[in-house]
Design a binder for this molecule. Structure first.
Ligand SMILES: C[S@@+](CC[C@H](N)C(=O)[O-])C[C@H]1O[C@@H](n2cnc3c(N)ncnc32)[C@H](O)[C@@H]1O
Length: 424
């Protein structure tokens, strides 16, 4: 049994896990933590999980004192004969405690181990839970000598103690985000984490269950991994000659989705209305191939998503569609109606066009705009109520509501609403 500490918008991280591991194997433990019932698990290439851990103990209703003394008792004996120095981080989630309380637990454990002749370096807690950067930079969870204990309390008081198996590789994510040569603030900056989530949401659960665990890849160091070919599932299409699935982004812009998909072992296909964006995607993929020593299979060309005929095969679609103009403050109702109508027209025409070209069962994840007003309420695209007529079924998640699949920052007017669809 594994747990994942979910990111800033936990519903998105949960949906990603549910899509990859199936709804039977995923459930909430607390507001920010998911259980994943699977024999093996990897955090690599999950956009919505910050840390992952193997569950080592579950406690009935407990406070920090109880959890802390259990932890000290268990690890002072199990590490009493440990060889070599241990680096230890402790992260507490869902407890009403200060970072000093967490630190105190570590100091007591350190003192006990010292009596047994075992040396321990404690990673200082600026917060009661170490942030992802600290965990990642200290390589916690990646070897026997570098351990992070994740102690999580649910609302009903139950507690899980898990040993980390790694944190999100934020260095690599930042490097890809900021290092790529072509960026464009106007078309928007899709964060690579969100691109990863969208790609995972656009994989069919039948195909991908357990794939993250079976095919771990360490972000920067390994060559591309092979995903199972779609023929294996009998669900959709063929894949390319090398057995890789091919994913299409018909609004590829600067190519963030293509970039992340290539790293995940997909063969990638991008089109965009703008020649400039086609050039940008090319340049960014070239940079990725060189800087990551990857062999990327890519097709990129100009095309209007409303009437392009794409070259088969298309095994999956992930895209951030046209989002309309950016707003720094909520627009007037007249302006909002115009932009909403325009986006609705472009995106429905795209969905109608591509529906005729996709095989039944093809999975899609399409990010569309939703506009936030000052009260935090959203104006959605009308097409969301007509997905059936357009040729799609919307995926029903067990753990999250469709309406929670919205990605935004507090200061943003235009949110991205993720539509997870299957071609009928
Ligand atoms: C929100 S941006 C996508 C940005 C992209 N995710 C990236 O990584 O840069 C939308 C893109 O859709 C393109 N676009 C707008 N209308 C289009 C259409 N009718 N067909 C194809 N692309 C279109 C724009 O040129 C822009 O690059």
């Amino acid at each position: 049994m594994f747990i994942a500490i979910l990111g800033r918008q936990p519903a998105l991280g949960m949906a990603e896990l549910e899509r990859l591991y199936g709804n039977e194997s995923t459930r909430w433990f607390s507001d920010q933590c998911a259980y994943i019932d699977t024999p093996s698990f990897s955090i690599d290439q999950l956009g919505g999980s910050l840390k992952a851990g193997r569950v080592v103990a579950t406690l009935p209703r407990s406070d920090w004192r109880t959890a802390s003394s259990k932890l000290v008792h268990a690890y002072s004996s199990s590490w009493a004969a440990h060889e070599g120095k241990i680096t230890l981080g402790i992260s507490a989630y869902g407890f009403d405690i200060s970072p000093r309380d967490v630190q105190k637990t570590g100091i007591i454990l350190k003192q006990k181990l010292k009596q047994s002749g075992v040396s321990l370096r404690l990673v200082p807690n600026a917060e009661s839970a170490l942030n992802t950067a600290t965990s990642h930079h200290n390589k916690l969870g990646l070897s026997n000598n570098k351990v992070e204990l994740l102690v999580i309390r649910a609302r009903d008081g139950r507690v899980i103690i898990a040993e980390s198996i790694g944190a999100q590789n934020i260095t690599a994510l930042a490097r890809r985000d900021q290092g790529r040569p072509k960026r464009d603030a106007f078309v928007g900056m899709l964060p690579p984490k969100l691109a990863q989530m969208m790609i995972n949401l656009a994989s069919s659960a039948a195909q991908s269950q357990g794939h993250a665990a079976n095919l771990p890849v360490s972000d920067l160091t390994q060559p591309e991994r092979q995903r199972p070919a779609r023929e294996d599932t009998g669900m959709v299409g063929r894949s390319d000659d090398q057995g890789k699935s091919r994913i299409l982004d018909p609004f590829c812009g600067t190519g963030v989705i293509l970039q992340e998909a290539a790293l995940m072992g997909y063969s990638v296909y991008g089109t965009d209305l703008s020649e400039k964006m086609v050039d940008y995607s090319h340049a960014n993929l070239e940079w990725l191939a060189k800087s990551h020593n990857l062999n990327i299979d890519a097709t990129i060309h100009q095309g209007d998503a409303m009437d392009t005929r794409w070259q088969p095969p298309i095994d999956a679609v992930a895209c951030e569609a046209y989002l309309g103009q950016p707003f720094s403050a909520p627009p007037s109702s007249g302006k909002l109606a115009d932009v909403q109508k325009n986006c609705d027209h472009i995106i429905s025409s795209f969905l109608e066009n591509i529906a005729k070209q996709l095989k039944p069962g093809t999975p899609l994840c399409v990010a569309v705009p939703a506009w936030r007003d000052v009260r935090g309420d959203f104006t959605h695209l009308p097409l969301i109520n007509h997905l059936g007529e357009l040729g799609y079924t919307r995926h029903l998640f067990k753990n999250v509501k469709d309406s929670d699949l919205l990605y935004y920052r507090e200061d943003q007017v235009v949110a991205r609403e993720l539509l997870v669809l299957t071609k009928k």
